[in-house]
Design a binder for this molecule. Structure first.
Ligand code: EPZ
Length: 421
């Protein structure tokens, strides 16, 4: 079990190239089974969630080769349509195989996915949408079975712009006869990256990034290449790290537009930010001011995945910052851990109030989930002394070489192994 030792009080300086996007590569790995063939994926982040998805692909009978950020998948040999519970539990994105395997095989069996505990996280919108395409859905023994002799294009309106449900419709509708029109679709940049991959693979999809996506069938291509989008949440993490600790950092291989809302918040808090063709530069040498109300919303609103990260940067800011978490019902599990460092954070339902304090003191804390865990490392960077973040493996699900990347800015972060009890 990793233990992150963070020694705070040091300003950050330096430059870092941003990893490939976890939330883009995971649906793309599932999509590699649609229509068979060979897929070569580059700029893939090296993460525990990627390993879990490759394990699923091997279980399904696909050939998988990996050389660091380059992955080759041969899915012609796929001979399974069921994913065992243990593999499903490893990450939320295993649910992407629902639409992908249904499109490939006409039948799929899997159990409810795992992933960060951010609330109930049902898949009702996914199932409702697949039913609209003509799938029969049955549930027994904790397993969902989706079966369709034939999928037929339909107009599907999502009750909520769910990222996962949008991606599953795009995957399943590739095998549907006729046109599928998906409205109130999620608009996250990862959706557009999935559209790019599927179109390169032989699909005809347009509209990703807008609330309306049209899917018009699929003529499979034997070979597909795709370079994964940079990770906007990883970029937000390193920007918030520099804001929390102070300093002068530059991020490269990043798409500024994708982190616009985070940049706006950090500018309002007193960071000097320059965006140019090479990337983003952030300097913070004066005091931080409290954040204006931070209200999480679906893209292009402020991302829920950056809520804990910006909160970590606001703990020593002058004044009171307010956070409203609209996407997940329990995404403040990092708050009690922040209080252990001496932070003054109060919560009431989906609202958190952060009263800036002068000093934070290092202490042993726990990583409660992926972004909450990263936020505790960031809080440790702005605390005096050592903070030890006990982590049951959350952080490495989404961050590649987290200690080395922060080390590129001169941060004192070590990845240790927690002593066995
Ligand atoms: C994706 O999760 C991301 N994960 C999450 O990032 C991110 O927080 C989330 O989108 C929102 O931006 C990946 O892309 C792998 P949703 P997803 O379906 O698809 C409710 C991270 O830290 N809902 O948009 O699971 C749901 O409970 C992770 O990288 C239903 O009620 O998110 C939630 O409250 C954490 N029924 C809301 O919608 C459904 O069928 C948004 O969920 C589906 C969702």
């Amino acid at each position: 079990m990793p233990l992150w030792s963070v020694t705070g009080g040091k300003e950050l300086k330096g430059s870092l190239e941003i990893q490939g996007s976890k939330n883009a590569v995971l649906p793309i790995l599932a999509a590699s089974v649609v229509g068979g063939g060979v897929s070569r994926i580059t700029q893939s982040p090296m993460l525990r969630d990627v390993d879990a998805s490759l394990e699923i692909l091997r279980h399904l009978g696909c050939g998988v080769m990996q050389n660091r950020g380059e992955i080759l998948i041969q899915s012609d040999g796929m001979d399974q349509n069921r994913i065992p519970h243990a593999l499903m539990l490893k990450m939320r994105s295993s649910v992407m195989y629902l639409g992908a395997i249904l499109a490939r095989c006409g039948e799929v069996r899997l159990s409810a996915p795992g992933g960060c505990e951010l609330g109930s996280r049902p898949i009702d919108l996914h199932l409702k949408a697949l039913k609209a395409l003509g799938a029969e859905i049955s549930e027994s023994g904790g397993e969902v079975c989706c079966r369709a002799k034939k999928l037929t294009g339909a107009h599907i309106n999502l009750d909520f712009p769910s990222v996962g449900a949008t991606e599953n419709v795009m995957l399943a509708a590739c095998a549907a006869e006729g046109t599928t029109v998906l409205t109130n679709a999620a608009r996250e940049p990862e959706i557009a990256d999935l559209q790019r991959f599927l179109n390169a693979k032989g699909a005809s999809i347009r509209g990703a990034g807008s609330p309306e996506i049209r899917i018009d069938g699929f003529s499979p291509k034997p070979y597909t290449e795709h370079s994964v989008l940079p990770d906007r949440i990883a970029a937000a993490t390193y920007l918030c790290a520099a804001a929390a600790a102070g300093g002068d950092v530059r991020l490269t291989r990043v798409i500024p537009e994708h982190v616009e809302t985070v940049l706006t918040a950090l500018r309002q808090m007193g960071c000097a930010i320059v965006v140019d063709q090479d990337g983003i530069r952030l300097r913070r040498d004066g005091p931080m001011h409290a954040a204006r109300p931070v209200i999480t919303r679906p893209y292009p609103g402020f991302p829920t995945d950056a809520q804990a990260l910006l909160m970590a940067a606001s703990l020593r800011a002058e004044g009171t910052s307010v956070f409203v978490e609209n996407i997940f019902e329990s995404r403040f599990r990092h708050v009690p851990e922040m209080r252990r460092l001496g932070a003054d954070v109060r919560t009431e339902g989906r609202v958190a109030m952060v009263c800036g304090v002068k000093t934070l003191l290092g202490a042993p804390v726990t990583a409660t989930d992926l972004r909450g865990g990263a936020a505790m490392v960031l809080a440790g960077l702005s605390a005096e002394g050592e903070t030890r973040v006990f982590d049951s493996g959350h952080i490495e699900r989404g961050y590649e070489r987290f200690d080395e990347c922060l080390g590129a800015f001169g941060a004192e972060v070590k990845r240790l192994e927690a002593p066995q009890e």
